[in-house]
Design a protein around this ligand. Structure first.
Ligand code: BTN
Length: 306
């Protein structure tokens, strides 16, 4: 982790990169405060002051750090979380060199997307942390629907428009025994991406807001709207009002009612009708033999037919 941060610093801060000996001598606390300092410098496309002008939240986005380029906003957030940064701190990057997707996949993060992470410190048991992913999915889908698109959620963490992925969410929790120290929720939204700039393999299943709406997207507005929406939903989460969140999730779900294949680690595949989602965020599948099973994780592929 320290090495990654030093790479970030050396890229951005000439005075540090000039003298590599001094890098080796700086403490992690100093790195954390230098990251914050770098994150308050003006970036090209995403203007933090514009986001703040539109933000009427209580604590989400009170501190925002924005970078031209980082390896992953989740990694930077984790580092800051380790050094006590407040709940609600937001890290944004215009590009990520090592954007992280779910199940260890790479997340393509070129210029033209919204790549951000939020540091959370919920007082919950680790088993409930996965519901934050669902809550964030509801937040993204609500914000995109307000733009006039029919955003739907694919279990567990994708937001789709016309069956193509426009957003993904990666939640990473740091839990000690039965308590959660912090949770990082990382959100990627393909806002102004031209899909033909992405690797050809992922192009058919991917879309962007610009492609769907045929116009340029105001990223500051989307970020501000999302942070406002997320704070409302996260407050419900903290009060354990899970039914409300799950109600909205189910309403916007693309998964429930579909025949799906769940690809699990080690190559195991499960098939069946997705009939529901339980209070812990697990998907309920009705298998071909009629048995109901609970699926906690895996990649969900919606099948056209059985
Ligand atoms: C997925 O659908 O596979 C999850 C994608 C999550 C991507 C976001 S972009 C901001 C944050 N930083 C990362 O490295 N990943 C998340």
């Amino acid at each position: 982790m320290k090495k990654n941060m030093q790479e970030l610093l050396s890229k951005n801060e000439e005075k540090i990169s000039k003298n590599s000996d001094s890098i080796l001598n700086i403490t992690e606390e100093e790195i954390a405060s230098t990251i914050k300092e770098l994150g308050t410098k003006k970036t090209e496309r995403i203007i933090v002051d514009e986001i703040k002008e539109k933000l009427n939240t209580e604590y989400i986005g009170k501190e925002i750090y924005c970078f031209q380029e980082v390896d992953s906003t989740n990694t930077v957030s984790k580092f800051l979380a380790e050094f006590g940064t407040d709940e609600g701190t937001v890290i944004i990057a215009e590009t990520q060199t090592k954007g992280k997707g779910s199940r260890g996949k790479k997340w393509e993060s070129p210029v033209g997307g919204i790549w951000l992470s939020i540091v959370l410190r919920p007082d919950i048991s680790p088993s409930k942390a996965s519901l934050i992913t669902l809550a964030a999915g509801v937040g993204v889908a609500n914000v995109l629907r307000d733009l006039g698109v029919d955003a739907r959620i694919k279990w567990p963490n994708d937001v789709l428009i016309n069956n193509k992925k426009v957003s993904g969410i990666l939640t990473e929790a740091n839990a000690k025994f039965s308590t959660v120290d912090y949770v990082i929720v990382g959100i990627g939204i393909d806002s102004n991406l031209n899909i033909d700039t992405l690797p050809s393999k992922i192009q058919p299943g991917t879309t962007s807001l610009k492609e769907e709406l045929k116009e340029d997207i105001d990223e500051s507005q989307i970020i501000a709207n999302f942070l406002v929406e997320f704070e409302k939903i996260y407050n419900k989460f903290k009060k354990e009002e899970f039914d409300d969140i799950l109600y909205d999730w189910r309403k916007m779900s693309q998964t429930i009612g579909s025949y799906v294949e769940i690809q699990q680690p080690l190559g195991k595949k499960l098939k069946g009708y997705a009939v529901g989602i339980n209070r812990k965020g697990a998907l309920i599948l009705e298998k071909d033999n009629g048995n109901l099973i609970k699926v906690i994780s895996g990649e969900c592929i919606i099948k056209e037919d059985k």
